[in-house]
Design a protein around this ligand. Structure first.
Ligand SMILES: Nc1ncnc2c1ncn2[C@@H]1O[C@H](COP(=O)(O)OP(=O)(O)OP(=O)(O)O)[C@@H](O)[C@H]1O
Ligand SMILES: N[C@@H](CCO)C(=O)O
Length: 305
C-alpha cells in the first residue's frame, strides 16, 4: 500500500453536444472530491449531492475499486471514503464518471501502480461503456472519442470565451432509462444529418467561428426520443436561444440542458429555469467554464467548488 491518505478532484462533464452522440465530451469546472484512506472495513461519508447513494460496497466507487483489485489480482483492502459532491446525480453531468475515475486513480495510488489509459478504460467500461463522460473526467478539456478495438481520442482546446450555462431540473433521469427510449436502427438520412452537424461543430469550435453552432448541435439520434422524458424541452431550448444563446442541447442523457453563450449567461439561465417552471418543474442554472485539468490529486481535503 502507498501513502495512506489522498484526495482526488474530478470534474463534471457535458456530453454528446447535440449531434455527437457517445462521441463528444466537455469537462466543466464543477467538481466532486473523493478523500480515501485504507481502513479495516468499507466506510462512506457523503457530503452535498448524492446523499442517497449506497454507503457500503454497493457504492459505484467501491465496485470499481474492487473490480480493479480483481483484474490485477490484488488483495482487496477496504477504504474509508469521504465524498464531497457538487455534481447532482443522474442529471447528465457525468457524476457516475467521477466515481469511476476517482476509484481507478485512487486504486492506482494505494496499490502504487500506474495504469495506461487503455487499462483504465478497460475497468471503467465494465461500468459505463461509453467514453464521452469518462475521458473528460480523466483528462479535462474537449474530447472527441471513437471506440473500436481500442479507444481513439483527440483532445481539443475549447474556446475560453464560451461559457456553458447548464440548467438542472429538479428530477433525476437515469442514463439507463434515457438509453432505453432510443432506436437501435436509424435511417441513412438521419445518420448523414448527424455526421454533417457533428463535423460542423468540431470545425466551428476549432476556428472560433460560431455562426453555424446552432445548426451544429441539431440531432436526430437521441434528443428527439429523449425529449418525451423532459417536460417543456423545446420551450427551454427556444427560451435560451431567444436570450442570445449560441447553441442549446441536452447535456449527456439529460435531463440537464446546456447552452453555449458568449455573454448574457444570467438571462439565458433564468429563461431556461422559467421555461421548466412553466411545466411545473423547479430548476436551477449554473454558469460554468471548461475544466482543462481533469482528475487531479489535491491537498484540499474534500472541499471547494
Ligand atoms: N458521485 C457518485 N458516487 C457514487 N456513485 C454514483 C455517483 N454518481 C452516480 N453514481 C451511481 O451511478 C449510477 C448511474 O448514474 P447515471 O449514469 O444514471 O447518472 P449520472 O452519472 O449522474 O449522470 P450521467 O447521465 O451524466 O451519467 C447511479 O445510480 C449511482 O448509483
Ligand atoms: N453519451 C451518453 C452519455 C450518458 O452518460 C448518452 O447520451 O447516453
Amino acid at each position: 500500500m502507498g501513502q495512506d491518505y489522498a484526495t482526488l478532484r474530478v470534474p463534471a462533464s457535458t456530453s454528446n453536444l447535440g449531434a455527437g452522440f457517445d462521441t463528444f465530451g466537455l469537462a466543466l469546472n464543477l467538481y466532486n472530491y473523493f478523500t480515501a484512506q485504507p481502513w479495516d472495513r468499507w466506510e462512506f461519508e457523503i457530503v452535498g449531492e448524492g446523499q442517497e447513494l449506497p454507503q457500503n460496497e454497493e457504492n459505484l466507487f467501491a465496485r470499481v475499486y474492487l473490480k480493479a483489485c480483481e483484474l490485477f489480482s490484488q488483495k482487496p483492502i477496504p477504504l474509508k471514503v469521504k465524498m464531497k459532491n457538487h455534481i447532482p446525480t443522474a442529471r447528465g453531468l457525468g457524476s457516475s464518471a467521477t466515481a469511476i475515475v476517482s476509484a481507478i486513480k485512487l486504486w492506482e495510488h494505494f496499490y502504487q501502480r500506474t495504469l495506461s489509459l487503455e487499462e483504465r478504460l478497460r475497468i471503467a467500461f465494465e461500468f459505463e461503456p461509453h467514453p464521452d463522460n469518462l475521458l473528460p473526467a480523466f483528462l479535462g478539456g474537449f474530447l472527441v472519442c471513437a471506440v473500436g478495438e481500442r479507444v481513439h481520442y483527440q483532445r481539443l482546446d475549447f474556446p475560453e470565451e464560451l461559457k456553458v450555462v447548464v440548467c438542472i431540473p429538479d428530477f433525476e433521469l437515469s442514463t439507463k432509462k434515457a438509453r432505453e427510449v432510443l432506436r437501435q436502427e436509424v435511417s441513412l438520412k438521419d445518420a448523414v444529418y448527424n455526421i454533417q452537424r457533428a463535423s460542423l461543430l468540431v470545425v466551428s469550435l476549432c476556428k472560433r467561428d460560431y455562426q453555424g453552432l446552432r445548426e451544429a448541435v441539431k440531432d436526430r439520434l437521441h434528443q428527439p426520443y429523449r425529449k418525451s422524458l423532459i417536460p417543456n424541452f423545446d420551450k427551454v431550448l427556444e427560451s435560451a436561444y431567444s436570450e442570445g444563446a449560441l447553441a442549446v442541447f441536452l447535456s449527456g442523457a439529460g435531463p440537464t440542458i446546456a447552452s453555449f453563450c458568449l455573454e448574457g449567461e444570467d438571462k439565458v439561465g433564468n429563461a431556461m429555469v422559467y421555461a421548466f417552471q412553466e411545466a411545473g418543474i423547479s430548476a436551477k442554472y449554473l454558469s460554468l467554464k471548461v475544466d482543462k485539468e481533469g482528475a487531479i490529486f489535491t491537498t484540499t481535503p474534500a472541499s471547494g467548488g
